[in-house]
Design a protein around this ligand. Structure first.
Ligand SMILES: Nc1ncnc2c1ncn2[C@@H]1O[C@H](COP(=O)(O)OP(=O)(O)OP(=O)(O)O)[C@@H](O)[C@H]1O
Ligand SMILES: [Zn+2]
Length: 822
């Protein structure tokens, strides 16, 4: 073949054709990784998606620069899946590729700059101040420097402009270098320098070391570890680390032995992800109710590909999954087990490892890039049955024989990626992935999403229910606390009603634990001048800033920009800035003062930035080292603790009052889920729900743990106001630096779209936060009937975008789609 279609990780539609150099033609196939020149100067990693002998005639085709691996790194079905994601979520396959592959597999070029060789230092006074700063930096170092380093060292954010003007003055030249980020891991091994079975040689080895000395110890250890004296078979490979540990000697001893020719030291590339040698254990015995449910799942599998397991909290859904995983592993196939949040992998991994040993593989973003590449390669090289536990991006792994996909907590909005593209929902993508593999999908939840439950009750999905908790535990008692009433009566300290405080205290006295849920991180969500009412806002986003006590900064939760707390109010110049409201930090502080004798942990984005922090917090709480756990939605779902009896929902209203058609659903799920952490192994479970709006309908269903009642109520609302599952929603976002421009572009776009789609088009509106990172935002909502052709609508949207781009009506604007927003 002479030409290859190559997918490049850029947001441009379609693939690109390149010429295959004659000398490598035979070794290439679909899924191979190559480096190709792209644009004026850049190089990218591309994936071959097709090959042919006929090339394009209307333009000159560039050559593939080089081939990166001897075998394909992407499987054929993966490419099909990428294409589906791109088509469905209205983005480019290149964007999907960018999200799908670990960065370590995407070699990219970086721009370097250096002084031009014929540049005279005497010309330096022709440079302006910024140019001068860059030039001095370059002349002071003898190497060429990457642009981003220069930008960091000079503090200039727009380094491209300076570079261009320096180029124009002939002061610098630029070049592109390929940067390979993935580093394979090398391990050092030691072996005896004699053939196995040669006893004479072995004697000679021992003769040449001092009896009772360190070298003799090392020899003995090496013989044991390698199984050198074993009858038959090969010797085991022994790492130097193992050897020096076993023999209690230093590396110098081993090096000396190598010098004397007693042993050989050699290095080998190893996969960071190696099967750990953990052995499998026994399957848990199921209760009768669980067994009935399991049989029902198997029976449904005869004619349904997708089944919903609706089981109340702590009914043992995980135990059921374990049995199904075992069944599929025995068929020699792979399982993908999706969880919405990394926090959930800790307990789950342990539970699964007890049963499946080293067949358990974990994959998520807290792993280093190198580790992720190694897991990718492992799955690529072997089709061994295994179970992969992962967050949403694991749908992109190179599975070869998927037999089952489990989506735990399927209702979770964390399955949806918001930014950047692809804006996919891993639950829905996983269903498609499973069907491409001929695999089954099991969705599990105590509070299924409205869409899923609708499909399950109308026969599209199978439905299996578990209505009882394990060991007949009761669901916890729900207590509404009317905060305005409590405040009136003076029954509140800080943010805690006396009642909540009392419940936590009683738990403590019984030696039990409490979880306190507050939906905001930081110390206080608002800062304000108490004299003039001024509220500091982010310079780039249309939001007020959250005060973080730990760093003593005001932080924007949309762009992460930190600001110092002003000593005097910028508006009235008086020292009047105070902070209002409660976030996790402040609740933690208050808990410390109320329950000083207890030990407290906090789990939120800020306390879980490092790789093992989740594990430590959860581990500490599990083991009873802390008694009270304060946290954001991270503490609400899926965690399994024996001793929690009190759960406090500190501010239910902030969960309920959100301007969005899914607000009620989200509130019901979140509160029912966090309630579900209480009373899993004791009968004392109580949930205190603090609210200023006790008559809100969602709360009345929560009080009864009445999921189906809530579902029916919500479904009729959705029907009345024409929302999913009765229509599909696509949001069209338009962003621009200029407020007037964004308005008129969005208006024009909506008008043209309305001519095509009529009253299916709603808006444009300003979303809740109308400016983020200096871009003003408008949103158009599209509601499409379920029986309409979604393909046609998507084509229409794409055509309209192209038409408006060609007429230069979108210049300066960012436009993207969010399909099935959550
Ligand atoms: N058959 C069983 N044998 C032993 N222990 C069980 C069994 N079924 C459930 N359990 C125990 O009961 C607890 C709750 O089970 P599990 O975590 O699977 O519930 P869940 O339905 O997934 O709950 P949630 O929806 O809250 O995540 C766990 O500690 C689990 O080990
Ligand atoms: Zn901001």
């Amino acid at each position: 073949m002479t030409f290859a279609d190559i997918l490049v990780p850029v947001p441009i539609m379609g693939t690109f054709t390149y010429k295959i150099p004659a000398d490598i033609g035979d070794s290439l196939s679909v899924g191979h990784r190559v480096i190709v020149p792209f644009g004026r100067k850049k190089f990218y990693t591309g994936i071959i998606t097709g090959m042919s002998n006929i090339g394009p005639e209307d333009y000159e085709v560039k050559d593939i620069s080089c081939v990166l691996d001897s075998n394909p790194v992407v499987r054929h079905p993966q490419l099909k899946f990428w294409q589906w994601v791109a088509d469905y979520y209205l983005c480019t396959p290149g964007e999907v590729m960018r999200a799908a592959m670990p960065a370590g597999l995407k070699v990219e070029s970086e721009t370097y700059i250096q002084p031009a060789p014929d540049y005279e230092e005497s010309e330096i006074d022709r440079l302006n101040q910024r140019e001068l700063a860059v030039m001095e930096l370059l002349l002071g170092s003898d190497k060429k420097m990457p642009l981003d380093v220069i930008s960091k060292k000079t503090g200039f954010s727009n380094i491209v402009n300076v570079t261009n003007s320096l180029l124009a003055k002939g002061a610098v030249m630029i070049s592109e270098n390929l940067v390979e980020r993935y580093r394979s891991r090398k391990e050092v091994y030691v072996r005896l320098a004699i053939p196995k079975g040669d006893n004479e040689a072995l004697h000679r080895l021992f003769d040449s070391v001092k009896s009772g000395g360190k070298q003799e110890k090392a020899l003995l250890a090496l013989i044991v570890l390698s199984g050198f004296m074993r009858q038959g078979g090969n010797v085991n490979e022994v790492t130097r680390t193992e050897l020096i540990e076993r023999a209690a000697v230093t590396t110098t001893v081993v090096a000396t032995m190598a010098k004397k020719g007693l042993v050989d030291i050699y290095t080998k590339e190893v996969n960071r992800f190696s099967f750990s040698g953990l052995v499998a254990g026994k399957l848990p015995e199921l209760t009768e109710a669980q067994n009935v449910a399991l049989d029902k799942v198997h029976k449904l599998w005869l004619d349904k590909d997708i089944t919903l397991l609706h089981g109340v909290t702590s009914s043992g859904k995980t135990e059921l999954y374990i049995h199904l995983i075992d069944y599929v592993l025995r068929q020699g196939r792979q399982i993908l087990y999706l969880v919405p949040e990394i926090a959930l992998t800790t307990q789950l991994t342990r539970r699964l490892q007890c049963v499946f040993g080293d067949k358990v593989v974990i994959y998520h973003s807290k792993f280093s890039d190198n580790e992720r590449v190694d897991i990718w390669k492992k799955l690529l090289e072997s089709s061994e049955p295994c179970v992969v536990i992962g967050a949403r991006s694991s749908v992109f792994l190179p599975f070869s024989s998927l037999g089952l996909v489990i989506v735990d907590e399927e209702h979770e909005s964390a399955y949806k990626q918001h930014d950047p593209a692809p804006r996919y929902n891993a639950r829905d993508a996983a269903i498609v992935l499973a069907s491409m593999h001929g695999a089954k999908t099991l969705l599990g939840s105590a509070t299924p999403s409205i869409e899923t439950y609708y499909k399950a009750t109308t026969g599209r999905f199978g439905l299996v229910s578990l209505t009882e908790r394990f060991e007949g535990m009761k669901l916890p008692e729900m207590r509404l606390i009317d905060m305005s009433d409590a405040r009136k009566k003076g029954l509140v300290t800080g943010t805690f009603a006396f009642e909540t405080e009392r419940l936590v205290n009683e738990s403590l006295k019984r030696g039990e634990q409490s979880i306190l849920f507050i939906n905001r991180r930081g110390y206080a969500p608002i800062a304000r001048c108490k004299l003039c009412g001024y509220v500091p806002k982010c310079n780039n986003c249309d939001v007020s800033l959250t005060y973080h006590r730990h760093s003593d900064k005001l932080v924007c939760h949309y762009c992460a920009a930190p600001y110092s707390v002003p000593d005097v109010c910028p508006a009235c110049k008086e020292p009047g800035i105070e902070v209002l409201g409660y976030g996790t930090e402040r609740v933690e502080e208050e808990v410390e003062s109320l329950f000083g004798h207890a030990s407290i942990s906090r789990m939120d984005l800020d306390t879980t930035r490092s790789k093992d922090s989740y594990e430590n917090i959860i581990e500490n709480f599990s083991k009873g080292k802390s008694q009270i756990l304060v946290g954001t939605q991270m503490v609400t779902k899926g965690l399994d603790f024996d001793k929690v009896s009190t759960v406090g929902v500190i501010n239910a209203d902030s969960v309920i009052n959100f301007p969005d058609f899914r607000a009620s659903e989200r509130a019901f799920n979140m509160i029912e889920q966090v309630a579900g952490r209480a009373g899993r192994r004791n009968e004392n479970g109580v949930v205190a729900i603090q609210t200023y709006n006790p008559s809100h309908p969602v709360l009345s269903y929560l009080l009864q743990h009445d999921y189906t009642g809530f579902y029916e109520h919500e479904l009729s609302e959705r029907q009345r106001y024409n929302y999913p599952p009765f229509v599909r929603v696509i949001y069209i976002y338009i962003k621009h630096r200029d407020q007037t421009a964004v308005s008129s572009i969005a208006f024009e776009y909506a008008n043209r779209l309305r001519k095509l789609l009529g009253n299916r088009v709603n808006g444009p509106d300003e979303p809740y936060v109308a400016r983020i990172q200096s871009l003003y935002i408008r949103r158009i909502m599209l509601k499409i009937e379920n029986n309409a052709s979604i393909t046609k609508v998507k084509k229409l949207l794409n055509d309209l975008r192209i038409e408006m781009t060609n007429q230069k009506l979108l210049s300066g604007a960012v436009l993207y789609y969010d399909v099935d927003p959550v």
